[in-house]
Design a protein around this ligand. Structure first.
Ligand SMILES: NC(=O)C1=CN([C@@H]2O[C@H](COP(=O)(O)OP(=O)(O)OC[C@H]3O[C@@H](n4cnc5c(N)ncnc54)[C@H](OP(=O)(O)O)[C@@H]3O)[C@@H](O)[C@H]2O)C=CC1
Ligand SMILES: O=C(O)C1=N[C@H](C(=O)O)C[C@H](O)C1
Length: 274
């Protein structure tokens, strides 16, 4: 929906020319209850000045712009799938203007996550490394498996695969899986994570959580958690074959935020999975 109606949610999209930016613009236009209010790309981006839906062969009248303040003044909520430094710059302005933020960006440091929490005291924020319903249900399955398999010497390995353009590793989803498992077992991921193995590593240390990263081609996003015991293995997998689920989840998150003024939430809140 592009024309305003009194009840439609005014959604701005950051990273409008990106892989997720395109999916999100398409989803907003098809939604029926949201309107595309603004589209942002960073200064110097080749898409600036073009219609935000030009990639669909459509004209919405919403041109891609780089001025964050002007764009956010037109919106109720910003959906941001960019890079950590971009998201934080957008969030600082959003918090000032009272615009809500759905953050899909991954790769934040602990210090950057703390910055998000501070801004969430002024505006409502959803931060989730994976907006798909299936992945969030997988987090719950992992919580149960991690508790049930805590005794008995099950070694835990998290394997993820993504397209060749992805810039952060392990994926935000894989890290969240590690956190969910560690917390379900009453521990901290930082004390158990092994991110690299090379050369004479020695035997696997018990209680560690290993990560393996694959990058190639156009893989949208695969995650498998392996609980390797003696005489048996349990594997819990999720595979995305399209980015549409991330976009639909983001719109659900944006609708959830419409009723909030401040605070930090995640997809467990949106999907009532807590
Ligand atoms: N939570 C979830 O469900 C999902 C999360 N993601 C995450 O979303 C992010 C984006 O993924 P994807 O769409 O594939 O990436 P792309 O590289 O395709 O798109 C990124 C977009 O952000 C823009 N951008 C880059 N740096 C900045 C900056 N500093 N300030 C403002 N804009 C910037 C890019 O502009 P330019 O082209 O000019 O560089 C581009 O438009 C990643 O962190 C990814 O891990 C992805 C899918 C699902
Ligand atoms: O960069 C991607 O593509 C994805 N990133 C997210 C992550 O890092 O977990 C979510 C999804 O796996 C796709």
């Amino acid at each position: 929906m592009t024309a305003s109606s009194p009840s439609s949610l005014r959604v701005a999209i950051a990273g409008a020319s990106g892989r997720m930016g395109h999916m999100l613009i398409e989803a907003v236009l098809a939604s029926g209850d949201c309107q595309l209010a603004a589209a942002l790309d960073q200064p110097g981006s080749p898409g600036l000045g073009q219609d935000a839906a030009a990639f669909l062969g459509k004209a919405t009248g919403v041109l891609i712009e780089s001025d964050v303040r002007t764009a956010l003044a037109k919106a109720d909520v910003l959906i941001d799938f960019t890079r950590p430094e971009g998201t934080l710059a957008h969030l600082a302005v959003a918090a000032e203007l009272g615009v809500k933020l759905v953050i899909g960006t991954t790769g934040f440091s602990d210090a950057q996550k703390a910055e998000i929490a501070v801004h969430a005291q002024k505006t409502a924020v959803i931060l989730s490394p994976n907006m798909s319903v299936g992945v969030n249900v997988t987090f719950k399955l992992l919580e149960m498996a991690a508790k049930a398999l805590q005794e008995g010497g099950y070694d835990i390995e998290i394997i993820e695969a993504h397209h060749k353009h992805k810039v952060d590793a392990p994926s935000g989803t894989a890290l969240k899986m590690g956190e969910v498992i560690a917390e379900a077992q009453g521990t901290q991921l930082a004390d158990r994570a092994v991110y690299e193995r090379f050369g004479h590593t020695g035997e696997r240390k018990p209680d560690t959580i290993g990560f393996a990263t694959v990058r190639g081609g156009d893989i949208v996003g695969d995650h498998t958690v392996l609980f390797a015991g003696t005489g048996e293995r349990v594997e819990i997998s999720h595979k995305s074959s399209s980015r549409a689920g991330y976009a639909q989840g983001s719109l659900r998150a944006a609708r959830f935020l419409a009723g909030k003024t401040s605070g930090q939430f995640d997809m467990f809140d949106v999907l009532s999975l807590r």
